[in-house]
Write a protein that binds this ligand. Structure first.
Ligand SMILES: [Zn+2]
Length: 307
């Protein structure tokens, strides 16, 4: 009964909006165009939401599939979310991060933008003896947003895709994409400079999320697990402890959305501290992508003894 009542009301509202829009066209004014008229972009998880909001500006309505505080890799989608995703003007995702999203967008063609197609990807990490986490594993490492230079390339491509989807605002998308890419390039320069002279080059991380950051800034990543859902085997923990001791690692990195328990046990074993290095798979508690990456830079500089 309740939902039936609500549906009737919703239809009434839509009819009203249609009348308003018709009236607006007739009188030649555009000011009554409602928010519902904007192209709708659905971003799969936080860094893509940030990018879509920056590039889309006020010309687009952006929503995000992965709620704040939820680890995105194991996201499950309800029927309504799948419908939202498939009905969006443009969906932005990275194939290989979220199997449920990959499945829903598999047939979307032009209306889905896979950011992994915009950059040169790195091969997926492998741990000897460890089983693949799920059947949708791709052959590349999907965590490309953690290299600001690659993410700047994605910004430019996203600007082009938004311009195609909404030609009336094409120049605005391209301008905002260029500004976003410039901000990412500035971050990249700061990180390059800040991570050049460090005592240690080895990061021991909770899951293998920082391959692109390591590649870009000539660091070495040792991830305890390949993905956040899996528990490391005792053999893997022993192996990481051995590597951490050999590399004289002083800090084991934990992340906001994954339990720090395993990292804490390992840190005790190798007499290291722990510190949070955020892979930005979710929205940071404060600030945004750029401020959290700068915080990550500080954390790395302290842990690795950078001048
Ligand atoms: Zn990840």
């Amino acid at each position: 009964m309740m939902s039936g009542h609500f549906r009737v009301r919703a239809v009434g509202l839509l009819a009203g909006a249609g009348l308003l829009a018709t009236a607006a066209c007739g009188s030649g004014t555009a000011e009554t165009a409602s928010a519902g008229d904007k192209p709708r972009v659905v971003a799969a998880f936080y860094p893509l939401q940030w990018l879509a909001e920056r590039v889309g500006g006020a010309d687009i309505d952006v929503s995000v599939l992965t709620a704040p505080g939820v680890e995105p890799h194991d996201l499950e989608l309800g029927a309504q979310q799948i419908a939202d995703l498939q009905d969006a003007t443009l969906s932005v995702y990275i194939k290989g991060v979220q199997p449920a999203v990959d499945d829903a967008l598999g047939q979307q063609g032009d209306r889905a933008f896979d950011a992994a197609t915009a950059v040169k990807t790195l091969p997926a990490a492998e741990h000897a003896g460890e089983e693949e986490a799920h059947e949708h594993e791709v052959s590349y490492d999907p965590h490309l947003w953690l290299d600001p230079s690659r993410f700047a390339t994605v910004a430019g491509k996203l600007g082009e895709r938004m311009a195609q989807a909404d030609p009336a605002h094409a120049q605005a998308y391209k301008d905002r994409a260029a500004k976003t890419a410039a901000d990412l390039a500035a971050l990249d320069r700061e990180m390059t400079k800040g991570l050049t002279s460090c005592t240690s080059k080895t990061m021991v991380t909770s899951h293998e999320a920082f391959g692109y950051l390591a590649d870009r800034y000539k660091l070495k990543q040792i991830g305890i697990t390949l993905d956040p859902e899996s528990e490391p085997s005792p053999a893997r923990i022993a192996e990481v402890a051995k590597l951490a001791n050999a590399e004289k690692v002083t800090t084991i990195f934990t992340e906001a959305l994954v339990s720090p328990k395993v990292a804490e046990v390992l840190a005790q074993e190798v007499h290291a501290k722990t510190a949070v290095l955020d892979p930005l798979e979710g929205k940071p508690a404060g600030g945004d992508y750029l401020t959290q990456m700068r915080q990550n830079l500080k954390t790395l500089q302290t842990a690795l003894g950078c001048a």
